[in-house]
Design a binder for this molecule. Structure first.
Ligand SMILES: C[S@@+](CC[C@H](N)C(=O)[O-])C[C@H]1O[C@@H](n2cnc3c(N)ncnc32)[C@H](O)[C@@H]1O
Length: 300
């Protein structure tokens, strides 16, 4: 396993480190090694999705992520997913009848997503590709989706610029990145201070990355996210805060404390959790659009 670096942003080849991390430790929603099913089996994907989709009241609906993915608009649309991981969202997108392309920087994620789709008898074009340098033509896609990906890439801004290029005019990019103003972020910063990381020269960015999955992770405020979007060719449609229920009790997830934590969490009503998380949650969810005419915003 790759060790967490004290100063991850100083790595000589950030993108190689990012890729190596996700190759060795793919996001399988299994931090404690409790998914008994073998990787790539039907049971494995079912358990990944059960954990992922059950983690937040924001993911509920008549199908998972119905509040966040505009399923009704996607049939016959060309849809791109960036950073498909284990293919949970690729499957949801492919089930709409959309023409789906999914990319990931690791060969392992691509293989696992292809396997999942084959098991579900669904079609999508799944390719190994770095989203900072996409091999698509300008204006190919009507909708781009990316969940928890672009903040891990060496140059997040390059991905947004690429999305602005491959989206057709008027097309939408919906994506999630980490929220710097989250309760969970303050807990991480406090933990870093209490364990002497600040004294040892680690910055706030270093500490947030240290306690987060991925070789590196960037955290955004509403204003830095707005700047990321507008500096790279898109306009902001909406930004909201969301999060997962477990964030409401920032305690370890294993052992006696873990059992107590999950016992208490199960008693918190979803509606209440949702209200709290829409203020304190660790995700910023953005909808951005490629302007219909270049410089349309400036021109008013
Ligand atoms: C935290 S995982 C999220 C996976 C999936 N979206 C999910 O929500 O389960 C991040 C994924 O992004 C991929 N990734 C990171 N940087 C990338 C890049 N520049 N281009 C494409 N994929 C990337 C990683 O390989 C990994 O599979």
């Amino acid at each position: 396993l790759i060790r967490k670096a004290r100063h991850p942003f100083a790595a000589a080849d950030l993108q190689a480190a990012n890729k190596a991390w996700w190759t060795q430790q793919p996001m399988q929603y299994d931090w404690h090694g409790t998914n008994a099913a073998a990787e790539g089996t039907y049971e494995f994907y079912a358990e990944v999705d059960r954990r992922f989709f059950g983690a937040s009241p924001f993911y509920a609906g008549d199908r998972p992520f119905a509040e966040l993915i505009p399923y009704h608009k996607l049939a016959h649309e060309r849809v791109l997913e960036i950073g498909c991981g284990q293919g949970s969202h690729t499957q949801l997108l492919a089930q709409t009848g959309a023409d789906v392309t999914a990319i990931d920087i690791t060969a392992r994620a691509v293989a696992l997503t292809k396997r999942r789709l084959a098991l579900a008898n669904l079609l999508a074009d799944v390719r190994e590709m770095d989203a900072e340098r996409m091999e698509f033509r300008d204006g190919e896609f009507g909708f781009v989706w990316s969940w928890g990906v672009i903040h891990h890439s060496a140059h997040t801004d390059r991905i947004v610029r690429e999305v602005a290029r491959v989206l057709k005019p008027g097309g939408e990019f919906r994506f999630m990145v980490y929220n710097r103003r989250a309760l969970d972020s303050y807990v991480k910063l406090l933990r870093g201070a209490l364990t002497g990381k600040s004294l040892r020269g680690m910055s706030g960015d270093d500490i947030l990355s240290f306690y987060t999955d991925g070789y590196l992770a960037r955290f955004f405020t509403r204003s830095s996210l707005t700047k990321l979007i507008t500096d790279n060719g898109l306009v902001v449609r909406a930004i909201s805060v969301l999060g997962q229920k477990s964030e409401l009790l920032p305690l370890p997830g294993t052992g006696v404390i873990g059992r107590l934590k999950y016992g208490l969490l199960s008693r918190i009503p979803d509606a209440f959790a949702k209200g709290m998380l829409s203020a304190t949650g660790s995700f910023l969810f953005a909808s951005a659009q490629r302007p219909v005419r270049p410089n349309a915003e400036e021109a008013g």
